[in-house]
Design a protein around this ligand. Structure first.
Ligand SMILES: Cc1cc2nc3c(=O)[nH]c(=O)nc-3n(C[C@H](O)[C@H](O)[C@H](O)COP(=O)(O)O)c2cc1C
Length: 173
């Protein structure tokens, strides 16, 4: 395969950046050439052979700036291999049946409607209540933690992230 791969992300409190960097590093380990950029710094996807885009989830959806990135570059993205991932807290729910019921893969439906991914990664993120800007959201998260639904901390599963990126590198070769 020739040509660079763009790994791009939208994040509010930083955890998606770490996931994007881990995906990029795995692709580099497979001898692929990679740029890692926040979506707002991507002027054009034209120079890239393939694009891997990921966003944090808020209110059951990719961040608005991530959806805007897809809309802005939709035509070009549909002409190259495109993979999508999300980072959320639902995948860190302690209760397995609640995790399954949430069906977080559905949150990528608006993404699929714009650009069809060749692969999708669904990852748990970080819950750091001190970084949540809104008071009412902080209260909601505190109640969820106190009631045992969620636990604070870094729930990113690096093995799952590397495994997905390993499989993706095969698709991109
Ligand atoms: C205001 C707000 C809303 C959120 N909404 C959801 C949600 O609907 N579902 C979910 O699973 N996680 C939700 N989360 C958790 C984030 O997706 C998770 O903390 C993620 O790791 C954040 O990524 P970031 O650090 O890259 O911004 C929410 C977090 C915040 C701060």
């Amino acid at each position: 395969m020739s040509g660079k791969i763009l790994v791009t992300y939208a994040s509010r409190t930083g955890s998606t950046i770490g996931v994007a960097e881990a995906v990029a590093q795995t692709l580099i380990d497979h001898k692929l050439e990679v740029d890692v950029l926040p979506m707002q710094d991507v002027a054009s996807v034209a120079p890239y052979h393939a694009v891997v885009a990921g966003s944090a989830i808020q209110a059951g959806a990719w961040l608005p700036e991530a959806m805007q990135f897809l809309k802005t570059h939709q035509r070009q993205l549909n002409q190259k291999p495109f993979a999508a991932f999300l980072v959320c807290m639902t995948l860190a729910l302690k209760n397995e049946s609640m995790r399954e019921q949430a069906n977080v893969g559905n949150w990528l439906q608006p993404v699929r409607a714009l650009v069809r991914p060749i692969s999708e990664g669904l990852f748990a993120g970080i819950l750091d209540i001190s970084k949540v800007p809104s008071f009412s959201e902080r209260m909601k998260f505190r109640v969820s933690v106190l009631s045992g639904v969620w636990s604070e901390g870094d729930h990113r599963d690096w093995d799952a992230i590397h495994t997905w990126a390993d499989e993706l590198s095969d698709l991109l070769q």
